[in-house]
Design a protein around this ligand. Structure first.
Ligand code: BDR
Ligand code: CA
Length: 310
């Protein structure tokens, strides 16, 4: 099994990613660290616990982390995710408590204690927790096996500003630190997630499971569908964050290129843009595997098979 830490701001698509991980015996989730992003920290850390209980995993450790970006004001996305961050279905208040430890301390401690190269980080939101941990404890960078993250865009450019994707735009300074860290990085940009669209049939496949979890996933993906019809030229909406977990389970569903990616942190106009050297027009060293394509049918087959186990 592969040890992972999920760093997240749930978020319906974050929630599906968490469920996919918890349903998969190949992965050992050491903990879930929450960050401010789609909604404020108090809600993301509440939502993560709701999702764990929905999955029948009240034993999972959930940590609250940074409540704002490193250098900028927090920008949230209630317009996409609803007021709760998890609109679409009402889940019960969780009985499980948040861990007392700060998410950043948990990240540092876990990476120092585990054998080097054995823990993979899976950021599904702004990179504030990860970058803060790297700044505070630079020794842990060498100990991370890999970072597989959802964020950025190349051909699909922005979903938050014309130039930037939400997760990177919210905390560009943190993203800059992570992309310069030297840790092996795999990036799931909008170019990929906009090919992983839900459809009526795909949503119904979750509902047809007849389980609580299947019902929740169908309700969440239904909520997403409300507003994206015109945008993607199909009836569906992207299920961004589960692509990260799917990559760990079935990397053959994805193809990409080892390229250089720099983060725009200077210009307001293009703040948070992932300047991805897809055509290798510079001599800047590659620092990330930037994914460009996905087998969407295979991805949904995997999702349905795994979510059906819960
Ligand atoms: C990313 O932003 C959030 O709204 C989603 O959860 C996803 O992580 C997509 O841009
Ligand atoms: Ca997210």
């Amino acid at each position: 099994t592969r040890k992972i830490i999920i760093d997240t701001d749930p978020g319906q698509d974050d929630a599906v990613a968490i469920l996919l991980a918890l349903a998969s015996p190949e992965l050992e989730v050491l903990g879930i660290t929450c960050v401010a992003g789609n909604v404020p920290l108090a809600l993301t850390s509440l939502n993560a616990r709701k999702v764990c209980e929905l999955a029948g995993r009240p034993d999972m450790r959930v940590f609250a982390g940074c409540d704002r970006p490193m250098a900028r004001m927090l920008v949230t996305a209630e317009n996409v995710h609803g007021k709760s961050g998890l609109d679409g279905i009402e889940l019960p208040e969780p009985a499980m408590a948040l861990q007392d430890q700060h998410a950043v301390d948990f990240l540092i401690e876990t990476l120092r204690e585990a054998p080097a190269g054995t823990v993979t980080l899976c950021p599904l939101g702004p990179l504030t927790n990860i970058a803060t941990a790297f700044e505070r404890a630079p020794d842990i960078k060498d100990r991370v096996a890999e970072i597989v993250l959802m964020g950025g865009a190349y051909f699909e450019v922005g979903n938050t500003t014309p130039a930037a994707e939400f997760n990177i735009h919210v905390d560009p300074q943190a993203a800059d630190i992570v992309f310069k860290s030297g840790v092996p990085i795999v990036v799931m940009p909008l170019d990929v997630t906009h090919k992983a669209l839900t459809s009526r049939a795909r949503v119904e496949a979750f509902r047809a499971m007849g389980t609580q979890v299947g019902h929740a996933v169908a309700s969440w993906t239904d909520f997403f569908e409300r507003f994206d019809m015109a945008k993607y030229g199909s009836e569906g909406a992207p299920l961004h964050d589960p692509c990260v977990i799917a990559y760990l389970l079935a990397p053959d569903l994805f193809t990409g290129r080892h390229i250089n990616v720099e983060i725009e942190t200077q210009s307001e106009l293009t703040m948070g843009m992932t300047v991805a050297d897809w055509w290798r027009v510079t001599d800047r060293a590659p620092n990330a595997l930037f994914i460009g394509d996905i087998d969407a049918a295979g991805f949904y087959a995997l999702l349905v098979e795994r979510i059906g186990r819960l």
